[in-house]
Design a protein around this ligand. Structure first.
Ligand code: HEM
Length: 162
């Protein structure tokens, strides 16, 4: 792990970013926060809907805007995050919160891939009538997603306190 961290810290990307000036890290952090805000804002709405809130709003009406917004937010958070990490990667060596954060992100992405393959999700996204059990399945995946992404945010925030 340390070797990988040292490689990122010594990479051409890291050299380039560090050479851009004193505002670079702050602006990347701003990008990270905007990405997290878009990702989590979209996911919060979607997951609460999957968990049974706002019954009068069709799931498809929320799925349509929130899924692309979450994807854009994730792309922004991941890009800015890798760039921030490259500034002084080896300083994070041994930090349990950064070691926990990445596997949890992987679990979160796996959860997205799985839910989108479920019949319950496909019916909901297409606005088709729900089959029996759909509500429970979607509520379980929605709750899981909320737990996962809240944990990612908690780990991200706690990195700096270790
Ligand atoms: C590949 C993806 C990511 C990388 C490499 C990454 C990397 C980082 C780094 C290096 C920091 C600064 C830690 C510090 O020194 O305090 C950070 C902060 C943070 N990250 Fe990420 N991150 C990624 C994705 C995410 C995602 C998807 C989320 C949320 C869903 C997230 C949430 C946070 C939070 C809440 C902070 C604290 C921000 C602050 O207090 O200014 N990160 N991340």
């Amino acid at each position: 792990m340390y070797e990988l961290m040292a490689w990122l810290e010594g990479s051409a990307l890291a050299d380039f970013l560090r050479g851009l000036g004193i505002w670079t890290y702050g602006l990347l952090n701003l990008g990270h926060i905007l990405g997290i805000g878009s990702l989590f804002g979209a996911i919060l709405l979607l997951d609460l809907k999957l968990m049974g809130l706002w019954r009068s709003i069709p799931a498809a009406s929320l799925i349509r805007p929130t899924v692309p917004l979450a994807a854009i937010g994730f792309a922004l958070a991941a890009t800015s995050g890798i760039m921030m990490l490259s500034f002084n990667t080896t300083e994070y060596h041994g930090n349990p919160f950064i070691y926990a954060k990445f596997p949890i992100i992987v679990v979160g992405l796996a959860n997205v891939a799985i839910i989108q393959r479920l019949g319950a999700w496909r019916r909901a996204a297409a606005g088709a009538p729900a089959a029996s059990g759909d509500r429970t399945v979607l509520a379980i995946f929605g709750a899981l997603s909320l737990l996962i992404w809240t944990s990612v945010i908690a780990c991200g925030r706690l990195i700096g306190y270790w």
